[in-house]
Every structure is written in C-alpha cells, then in structure tokens.
Design a protein around this ligand. Sequence first.
Ligand code: GDP
Length: 196
Amino acid sequence: MEILQSEFVKSSSKIEECPEAKYPEFAFIGRSNVGKSSLVNMLANNKKLAKVSGKPGKTQLINHFLINNNWFLVDLPGYGWAKASKTDKAKWGEMIHDYIIGRENLHNVFVLVDSRLTPQQIDVEFINWLGENGIPLAIIFTKADKQSKNKNQSAIAKYRKVLKSTWEELPPMLLTSSASFEGKEDVLKFIENYIR
Ligand code: GDP
C-alpha cells in the first residue's frame, strides 16, 4: 500500500470526542521519544503530519489522521515520561483505557519499542495488558538503523523470551527505521491485510 493522502482530522481528549468510527482504525503508542512521530510521518510520506518533538510527553491527546480516505491512523500520547505528575499519569491511563477498550473500529494497536533497549517493564506491562484484554497488537521495534542487524535480532529474541511465559502465540514483531525506511512496507502491508 502506498499512502497517497493523509490529513489530520482531530485531536480528542476522550473517546467521546473521537471522530465517528466509520473507518477501520490503527493506533500507535509507545514511550515518549521512542520514534512514534517519525514513524507515523515515514509511513504517511509526510514529514509534518505528526510533530517530531523535542519535548516528550507534551501532546496528551488522541490524534486522528485519515489515510487514503479509507482508514484512520491514530497517534496516541506516549507513556513513561519522567516529569509527568500523578494527575497527568492518571488522566493518561483513563483516556487510553477507555479508548482502547471502547473504540469499536480499532483493528490493531502498534506498540513501539526502542530496538536498542532490553525489554522495559513499562512496555511489557502494557503489551500484556493489551493481551489480557484481547486487543490485537503488533510490536514495532524502532530506530533499527542505530545498531547492527545482529543486535536488532537479539532485541527481538529478548522480547520473545520475556513474553513467552504469558503468551500462547506471540504477537507479530516488526523491525523499522524512519531514517532508512526499513520496515515501512511491512507495517503498511500489515495494515492492508486488515482493510482489504
Ligand atoms: P516520539 O516522541 O516517540 O514521537 O519520537 P520522535 O519521532 O519525536 O523521535 C525522537 C527522536 O528520535 C528524534 O530526535 C528523532 O529524530 C529520533 N528518531 C526517531 N526515529 C528514528 C530512527 O528510525 N532512526 C534514527 N536514527 N533516529 C530516529
């Protein structure tokens, strides 16, 4: 799939404000600074669609983009930013919970993890929470260009090992780089399989 059209639709602070659920929807989430905005922009061939920001955790809204006039790409606010207050964390939790559990057209959640890091508790907990709630997900390893192929493969292997004990069938795992465009087609193909 080639993304020919991408437009910002709306930012919402809660599920009730989200646009009418009339297209299949694919959400992207991860720790702040994981490379989510860069990935969204790479997928959409649009350098300015999602802002690549130096200020982690700034956008705490659910951002809807309409892609090719037939599916929604959703940029969810990142988690795990150190400076967030307890109130902000609680607000984030409630918004994400309501959205992920309640959004009827949500087809898949892409959880982004930095390929250079060993599995982080916050990511593993989030992935397991999705699994426990029966939400389809795929893990996207970001910034693959920053290290060797071997190290990238070992990062994936570590995730498999950590998740093996709780997962009967492991979620799909995709390796990407917004700098080298690695994995772009894999992610788009993954989405295309759902919307066809
Ligand atoms: P977000 O907070 O998750 O949206 O992360 P950003 O997309 O803003 O990226 C955080 C930082 O990582 C920025 O400085 C990006 O330029 C850099 N970055 C993101 N993706 C990649 C990648 O695939 N390769 C490299 N080398 N840098 C990346």
